[in-house]
Design a protein around this ligand. Structure first.
Ligand SMILES: NC(=O)c1ccc[n+]([C@@H]2O[C@H](COP(=O)([O-])OP(=O)(O)OC[C@H]3O[C@@H](n4cnc5c(N)ncnc54)[C@H](O)[C@@H]3O)[C@@H](O)[C@H]2O)c1
Ligand SMILES: [Zn+2]
Length: 364
């Protein structure tokens, strides 16, 4: 088992990465001494697939796990669902030592973390991310949230888990499109600060898409270490140190919004396109060499991600981009690659450059 420490003083925790870790989950929780009554938040499909196994492993330690099922979609990230789960938690929490286990993708993780933060002003929680996206990104760093109709993640808190358990075996049942979706964030880690990871992805993208556990463990380890480093320097995202993580996200979010947050574009797919637009802006500002641009484009394509924006108008993307919350006081801000492993934050990118870069990435 690989172990990465996220250093945050008293709130430090481990990120564990390895095969079949859910069978060790009870031991991991008991060692933390955070309670004896796990309240496991998950969704229906995951419960049907893994519920029996998790229940049995807790039972073998004399622990009865309580499962709480939430809807399997972004709709679970709502105040209504949070309030239902909180009520259920309160009625369960009588003469018990309850802690929360978030077993699922980023949706379950964000919702469960917020519930853990709110209930009794904070009870311990454990992240058991089951998607590759959650393993490399959302389960780490303590950003928890639910959505409002006005926008995503509007209600949230910074609240760190007590441990993150990344079981690479879970990725075997994850649909390939979801694996590719996460590859966008993985490629992002390579471009913003890890040339070695980028080279590894160029050689092993096939193994990763096939959920090869060795390849997954390496990649999750590199990404988790990078995120842990950034989070421990800037826990509350105030110093701009986590800014590089937004590479591809300025235009990526605009594409998601322009597509109406439908299944047309998964988050990672939109981010992949956003990374390409960013790389094109770099190219036209002469910050990036053409051959390096091509390496980024090739890797995105080989990772099973889109390389051209389809069926959305530029005007819709641009309008959504203007509403981005990262857009501070009318000044846009882009994370632009200068080489593999290094980015630069550039403000006030001219409208014409953005337009040309977006339209160059449009196809049909
Ligand atoms: N907190 C953060 O820092 C942060 C960062 C990035 C994204 N997020 C949030 O994460 C969410 C997206 O997370 P996601 O991409 O994991 O999506 P998700 O949680 O919706 O999971 C994607 C799908 O995969 C299914 N699934 C999960 N694990 C599976 C498995 N092992 N086998 C088969 N199917 C499985 C889920 O049921 C779901 O249908 C968004 O709400 C986003 O806002 C948060
Ligand atoms: Zn993202």
């Amino acid at each position: 088992v690989k172990k990465i420490r996220l250093a945050l003083g008293k709130r430090s925790y481990d990120i564990l990465i390895g095969k079949d870790l859910i069978s060790r989950l009870p031991a991991i929780c008991l060692r933390l001494g955070i309670g004896r009554d796990p309240f496991i938040i998950t969704n229906g499909p995951l419960f049907r697939r893994y519920g029996r196994e998790i229940r049995a492993s807790f039972l073998s330690r004399g622990i009865t796990a309580r499962f709480e099922i939430v809807p399997d979609s972004e709709k679970a990230k709502s105040l209504a669902i949070a309030s239902q789960v909180l009520a259920s938690l309160a009625s369960y929490d009588v003469k018990r030592t309850v802690f929360i286990v978030a077993f699922g993708g980023g949706v379950v993780g964000d919702l469960s973390g917020l519930i853990a933060a709110l209930y009794k002003r904070g009870i311990p929680y454990v992240q058991v991310p089951s998607t590759l996206l959650a393993q490399v990104d959302s389960s780490i760093g303590g950003k928890t949230a639910v959505d409002l109709p006005a926008a995503k993640n509007l209600i949230g808190a910074f609240y760190q888990p007590r441990v993150v358990v990344c079981d690479t075996s879970l990725i075997r049942t994850l649909p390939r499109r979801q694996v590719a979706n996460a590859m966008a964030e993985v490629i992002k880690y390579g471009v913003i600060g890890d040339e070695r990871l980028f080279g590894y992805l160029e050689r092993h993208h096939r193994a990763l898409l096939a959920a090869d556990e060795k390849a997954l463990a390496y990649v999750i380890g590199r990404c988790a270490a990078a995120k842990a480093r950034l989070v421990s320097q800037d826990e509350h995202d105030e110093k701009g140190i986590r800014m590089a993580l937004n590479y591809g996200h300025t235009i990526g979010h605009a594409i998601e919004a322009a597509a109406g947050y439908t299944a047309q574009y998964y988050h990672g797919e939109a981010v992949a396109l956003g990374m390409l637009v960013g790389a094109r802006i770099s190219l036209s500002m002469k910050l990036l060499r053409k051959d390096v641009y091509e390496r980024i484009e090739n890797l995105i394509s080989r990772a099973g991600l889109p390389t051209s924006i389809r069926r959305i108008h530029f005007s819709a993307i641009y309008k959504a981009h203007l509403h981005d919350k990262k857009f501070s006081r009318g000044v846009n801000r882009f994370v632009l690659p200068v080489r593999i492993g290094k980015v630069k934050i550039v403000s006030n990118v001219p409208h014409a450059l953005i337009r040309d870069a977006v339209t160059a990435c449009m196809g049909g």
